[in-house]
Design a protein around this ligand. Structure first.
Ligand SMILES: C[S@@+](CC[C@H](N)C(=O)[O-])C[C@H]1O[C@@H](n2cnc3c(N)ncnc32)[C@H](O)[C@@H]1O
Length: 361
């Protein structure tokens, strides 16, 4: 089979300098200029892409984020301008929803709101220095895309996964000593008893998440918030023997795959986020924990159920008054659709189990 240009670049690099860490491979697969998954071709989100996010599922997500921003704005003494930077904003759906909500429901906040979106597709890397000094930095499903190192247990010893090429030119995994002391000690720093875990056990280590947090914390200045939503958990819940294969997942046209070495640049590669790492790096950077909860509870606290009821009473009264009519039947279907979206956002076995972390200074 003909090799893609990105496969050729990856192979060329391994031929020149030897096996590369899985993190280097993932960096190239997702971010290699011209060819990487996130920086080339059409945007991959939404029903026509490889995956969908909370912003695709329901506009109530933007409503709740708007409520959260309003609370933060109040807590900061209603600064004007109120600079908010959304990183990894994709097609800007959340930004659009928040602006719309603020126009309709919080005009004073809207007047102060200075909402910026950034995405690597537009050449803005969340890992690079932020030029603005925002009051809030927020992101949804950003950190899970950062390249991860993978460690694997073999005969009670921890190795790192590297990527090499076979004689037929195919990429394959090899184990060797961890690339750095930081990787070798990472699990120990969260008191993970990996020595007791079964042979073959794997885990992902996201060092870029720490760099990102440090840079974001520095960008925030004297007072402000950092809010990030993603799948993942605290370290002790994430790194368990039950997750013997770790959490690395690939998505191609909404299909899950556990084969990251095929189709580099054509499929998404993600891993669950270790929120303990974000929290401890945040503390090192002088931030304090404000909220750590599930998306389900956070949306509930932001009033998603009440908003759903308000919309029902405002826009769907015809369901109760004239259900049998065409209008009544159409409204009923639209209502089911709306309610379904909210149920998906709060589903405890799905998006509702995403974690929401808010740090403050
Ligand atoms: C899973 S999508 C989420 C998009 C959007 N936040 C949403 O909720 O629909 C991840 C987004 O992060 C962007 N991204 C990935 N790595 C990035 C980085 N290092 N810096 C900035 N944006 C990044 C991708 O281009 C993509 O738009």
């Amino acid at each position: 089979m003909a090799l893609s240009p990105l496969q050729q670049v990856i192979i060329g690099r391994i031929q020149r300098s030897g096996p590369i860490s899985f993190a280097d491979y993932m960096q190239m697969a997702l971010y290699e200029p011209e060819y990487g998954y996130y920086v080339s071709g059409p945007a991959k989100m939404g029903w026509e892409g490889d995956y969908y996010t909370s912003t695709d599922v329901s506009s109530f997500f933007a409503y709740c984020m708007g409520q959260q921003l309003l609370q933060m704005w109040d807590a900061l003494g209603q600064p004007s301008p109120f600079v908010v930077v959304e990183q990894g904003s994709g097609r800007g759906k959340l930004a659009h929803g928040i602006r719309l909500w603020a126009e309709q429901h919080a005009p004073t906040l809207r007047a102060a709101l200075n909402y910026h979106t950034e995405d690597i597709r537009a050449g803005q890397n969340a890992l690079a220095q932020n030029v603005l000094s925002p009051s809030v930095i927020l992101s949804n499903e950003l950190i899970d895309a950062f390249p991860v190192h993978i460690v694997q247990l073999y005969k009670k010893k921890l190795y790192e996964v590297y990527v090499d090429i076979q004689s037929d030119g195919r990429l394959y995994e090899v184990l060797d000593d961890p690339f750095s002391h930081e990787i070798a000690c990472y699990l120990d720093s969260y008191k993970i008893p990996w020595q007791t875990f079964p042979d073959g056990w794997r885990a992902e280590i996201n060092l870029d998440a720490l760099h990102w947090l440090a840079r974001s914390a520095q960008a925030i200045g004297h007072h402000g918030f950092l809010l990030t939503i993603d799948y993942g958990d605290k370290a002790r819940a994430l790194y368990t023997p039950a997750r013997i294969n770790g959490t690395l997942a690939c998505y191609f046209q909404h299909q899950f795959s556990d084969a990251p070495l095929i189709r580099p640049g054509k499929q998404d590669i993600t891993a669950h986020v270790n929120f303990s790492a974000l929290l401890s790096e945040g503390r090192r950077q002088g931030l304090h924990l404000h909220t750590f909860t599930t998306q389900r509870l956070w949306l509930t606290q932001m009033g998603i159920s009440e908003e759903l009821e308000r919309v029902r009473a405002r826009d769907f009264a015809v369901i109760d008054m004239d259900r049998a009519s065409n209008r009544g039947q159409i409204a009923l279907l639209q209502w089911y659709n709306l309610r379904q979206g909210v149920m998906a956002l709060t589903d405890p076995a799905g998006m509702g189990n995403f974690k929401v972390l808010i740090l403050k200074r």
